[in-house]
Ligand binder design. Structure first.
Ligand SMILES: [Zn+2]
Length: 252
């Protein structure tokens, strides 16, 4: 199964966007960093995107995971095994990635989103992409305290809330924040465009997700590469402010 995608390049980084989720490739000469890997069915699409920007899978020096939801982790399960590359994520996200537990929208919370425009078509699509897969990523290890020696010199920015160990990555050389699901710019079940939070029900701790927007506001970057939706240009403080305005604790 092939999923169409679009590639947006900013500096040395590439945002690969499918209809339902994004991943990011960061280039330094021959070497690459891969951040997130899409759904289980997207593993082959990740490989295709690597070739499309003129690289091979063997160029990947390390893989980073923003958080252990199946739409970001699923593709990495296959890729980490078949290419034996190290995978790092936030220390608090490691047991989640190992599937010691699962902080994901389950059957009990599906009614929270089902009323939304586009939700049924979205559910059909994500099941097709392997969205019900429960396989963990045993290779996931905690981010080293000494920093990451990877292409793009990614700097982890802890942004808990969406999941307990959710981590965004700042790419200082390209002026990009890879925000995962801490801050997105579009989603199949959202009618909003631009910086926003995922709909209620998708995040484990909504209040902590809103609090983490302050961490994002502090990042010195001019481009947002989100986990869902297109790239966005502007200051991170502006992005965080726009997203905070969509949080609406009083409404769904
Ligand atoms: Zn997520």
């Amino acid at each position: 199964m092939t999923t169409p995608y679009a590639i947006t390049r900013v500096g040395d980084a590439y945002l690969v966007s499918t209809e339902h989720v994004n991943w990011v490739l960061v280039e330094d000469g021959h070497d690459l960093t891969l951040i997130d890997g899409g759904y289980p069915a997207n593993a082959a699409d990740v490989e295709r995107s690597v070739r499309e920007i003129g690289h091979q899978m063997g160029d990947i020096r390390g893989m980073l995971l923003t958080h252990a939801h199946v739409d970001h982790l699923g593709g990495l399960v296959h890729l980490a095994q078949s290419h034996s590359v190290d995978v790092w994520t936030g220390a608090r996200e490691v047991p989640h990635a190992h599937r010691d537990y699962l902080q994901q929208l389950g059957p009990l919370r599906v009614p929270l989103v089902l009323w939304r425009h586009g939700a049924l078509a979205w559910l059909v699509d994500i099941v097709r992409l392997g969205g019900t897969d429960r396989e963990g990523l045993p290779e996931a290890q905690p981010l080293p305290a000494t920093g990451l020696d990877l292409p793009g010199s990614p700097v982890p920015v802890p942004t808990p809330g969406h999941t307990d160990g959710h981590t965004s990555y700042h790419l200082p050389g390209s002026g990009i924040l890879v925000s995962g699901d801490a801050l997105i710019t579009g989603h199949a079940v959202s009618r909003l465009r631009g910086p926003q939070l995922l709909p209620r029900g998708f995040s484990h701790d909504r209040r902590a997700t809103v609090d983490s927007l302050e961490e994002i506001a502090e990042v010195d970057a001019g481009t947002l590469f989100p986990g869902h939706g297109p790239a966005w240009t502007g200051s991170m403080r502006e992005a965080a402010g726009l997203a905070r305005a969509t949080a609406g604790f009083g409404r769904p």
